[in-house]
Design a protein around this ligand. Structure first.
Ligand code: SF4
Length: 165
């Protein structure tokens, strides 16, 4: 989805967004009920836990902790090949490092500074990409699946605020 500004090769070599420490494990991708049902038949090795009463899920990360490196690895991550879900990646992953968040009752799109590739690009380039139609897609998905909208986290620069209806 971000192919104009982030090449699949760059992502395949990085994978920083598929690894979580104790402090950013809240960033694990949200999985809609529909996607969970699809993955349960195609990927019985993956386990899910419900995300409160939102109707959405996250991966069960209990067995993904690496004691030595003190990180969680996404269970869909193959250490040598990268993400194994292809087009069935959660929406969160398709737009990362853009994040959809909620601040003061409004949806906002921010960017995660941890992504070395995108964070090194100019703000104009990131905003132009959002203005080329991407922000409409992201806000529409947030409307359809509110569970993907995370509470605003300090330190995430806000690039776009959703217009009020
Ligand atoms: S689902 Fe794929 S892209 Fe998303 S965090 Fe897991 S391995 Fe990474």
């Amino acid at each position: 989805m971000l192919k104009n500004i982030l090449s699949p090769k760059t992502c395949a070599n990085c994978r920083i967004c598929c690894i979580f420490d104790k402090y950013d494990v809240w960033e694990t991708p949200v999985i809609t009920g529909e996607l969970k049902d699809k993955l349960m038949s195609s990927r019985p090795d993956l386990k899910f836990v419900s995300k409160g009463d939102s109707g959405a899920y996250i991966f069960n990360m209990e067995e993904c902790w690496d004691d030595k490196e003190e990180i969680f690895r996404c269970p869909a991550l193959d250490p040598s090949k990268g993400c194994t879900l292809g087009d069935d990646k959660p929406f969160d992953c398709k737009i990362w490092p853009f994040r959809i968040m909620e601040l003061g009752g409004r949806q906002v799109i921010s960017v995660a500074s941890i992504c070395p590739e995108l964070y090194s690009k100019s703000l104009k380039m990131l905003c132009d990409e959002l203005d080329s139609g991407l922000s409409d897609i992201i806000f529409a998905e947030g409307e359809k699946n509110p569970a993907i909208v995370k509470p605003y986290e300090q330190g995430y620069p806000i690039l776009k605020v959703k217009k009020e209806n």
